[in-house]
Write a protein that binds this ligand. Structure first.
Ligand code: PLP
Length: 480
């Protein structure tokens, strides 16, 4: 029994190392049959103890026999997921091993200190004001919720209403303003917070998906109460960034709060060449982002930054239970900055990434993804019948094949089935498009070039077939 942890952890390490060693060459899409997975992992609740090593081996089979998506591999470009830095995986193992409750300082001085240090490093990395408060929720969705709760507190307090005490039922009406291209999670946060989504003002966007300032000015002219404006830096499809400087100036003239969805775009601020893209974001009142996408830490870690620490804290922990120690200067209590109570020390893998990469390493990671996106756009545009739909400003590329939606959807299906790379679909300006999101440190220019050949072959076959009828198509290379 005494050695059980050493054998089990060694076994898990072995499986993990095998997984990572093979990640570049395994089929990118999951290949396992759902019934097989259910049989392997399911059945009735075991009546009694079983071998722990066997439990770990069964888990490993679920992964090694096709049940996981190689989304942290070099050629996964679907959604926006990000890879994993080895040092952050290793740090994450220690987080589980120590099993610290990151709620109050007293329960884990080392992880509470790491959270404090990481918050400070992120402020430095992004060039935010020193007084910014920082929280580490599960993801950008919960970061929105946290930031918008702080916004709700702040704008209502200015109107003489204490929302945490008095609730929303009789509160002054808040004018919530969003862009037409906002991420779904902004709507989620608004409905969790009791704002609903129906009374929200929606501001039209330009052809790249960025909020139009003239249209925002028209909306603001109709508002007479407290105002919260939700903007974004980095559209999920095009990567477009709202004109944040102008928006902040305008909204602040109306006494409103500006929130930025910076899931993607905030990372541009960590690169000197790209920083001008998000100019003005530091003037915003709050910003949500995450580390599990572009910083390449394992799931999960969201990031929330608030320019008004007092509103941030008031919106989260505004009562302290008798058994909780009082907040002490320099001894951070994580519960003050997020909706969770007991929680994992999710800042530790972020700290490990920042400590290991340093400022220049983060800048290079961001730069490399953008260079790969640029390469995709440049090379794909040369292929007949392929059109790049967006101005590539960040790590996002939108492509369309032929001139009807079916051709594009068929190319996506074939590429996903081919196993070499994975791209998802979307709708852009009412047209079907293939999305390319580059956000893994593992993706190299060579990976891009290999994918371009896969895409070229799929596109040629699909477009040919649609012209002359079905032929025989095969991927350039395939996994046996
Ligand atoms: C992914 C994403 C979110 C949601 O973030 P989670 O970390 O998944 O909660 C919000 N906004 C944008 C632009 C995103 O890309």
């Amino acid at each position: 029994m005494t050695n059980q942890h050493s054998e089990l952890l060694s076994l898990a390490a072995e499986h993990a190392i095998d997984y990572l060693d093979g990640i570049a060459e395994r089929p990118v899409a999951a290949t396992a049959d759902t019934d097989w997975l259910t049989t392997l992992l399911g059945g009735r609740l075991p009546e009694g103890p079983a071998s722990a090593a066997d439990t770990i081996d069964v888990l490993n089979r679920a992964a090694s026999e096709g049940g996981v998506v190689a989304s942290s591999g070099p050629r996964y470009f679907g959604y926006i997921v990000g890879g994993t830095l080895p040092v952050s995986i290793a740090a994450d193992w220690l987080v589980s091993t120590w099993d610290q409750n990151n709620s109050v300082f007293e329960l884990g001085p080392a992880v509470a200190t790491i959270e404090q240090v990481t918050a400070q490093w992120l402020i430095e990395l992004f060039g935010l004001p020193d007084t910014t408060s920082v929280g580490f929720p599960t993801g950008c969705a919960m970061a929105h919720m946290t930031a918008l709760a702080a916004a709700r507190h702040h704008v209502l307090a200015q109107a003489g209403w204490h929302v945490e005490r008095a609730g929303l039922r009789l509160a002054p009406r808040v004018d919530v303003v969003v862009g037409a291209q906002r991420h779904l999670t902004v709507d989620l946060a608004l409905h969790y917070l009791g704002f609903g989504t129906e009374p929200v003002h929606v501001v039209p966007v330009d052809d790249q998906g960025a909020m139009r300032v003239d249209a925002l000015a028209n909306v603001l002219a109709t508002c007479d109460g407290p105002i919260i404006v939700c903007t974004q830096a980095g559209d999920v499809n095009s990567g477009a960034v709202d004109p944040l400087r102008k928006i902040c100036r305008l909204v602040h003239q109306h006494g409103g709060w500006v929130h930025v969805d910076g899931a993607l775009g905030l990372w541009a601020a960590a690169n000197p060449r790209l920083r001008s893209l998000v100019e003005g974001f530091a003037d915003a009142d709050s910003c949500a982002s995450d580390a599990h996408k572009w910083l390449n830490v394992p799931y999960d870690c969201g990031l929330v930054f608030v320019a008004h620490p007092q509103a941030h804290r008031a919106a989260m922990l505004n009562v302290r239970a008798d058994y909780l120690p009082g907040a002490t200067l320099g001894k951070r209590d994580g519960i003050e900055w997020v909706p969770d109570f007991s929680r994992r020390a999710r800042s530790v893998p972020v700290w490990a990434a920042l400590r290991t990469l340093g400022r220049s390493g983060v800048a290079n990671l961001i730069e490399a993804s953008c260079a790969c996106a640029g390469r995709f756009a440049e090379r794909l545009a040369e292929i007949p019948g392929v059109e790049v739909l967006n101005k590539v400003v960040l790590n996002q590329v939108l492509v369309r094949f032929g001139d009807d939606d079916e051709a594009t959807n068929e190319v996506i299906d074939r590429l996903q089935a081919g196993g070499v790379c994975w791209f998802g679909g979307t709708t852009w300006a009412a047209l079907a498009a293939m999305r390319i999101s580059v956000c893994s440190w593992r993706t190299s220019i060579a990976d891009v070039d290999r994918c371009v050949e896969e895409i070229r072959a799929a596109a040629e076959a699909v477009l040919e077939e649609r012209r002359y009828g079905a032929g025989t198509w095969k991927p350039v290379s395939s996994h046996s």
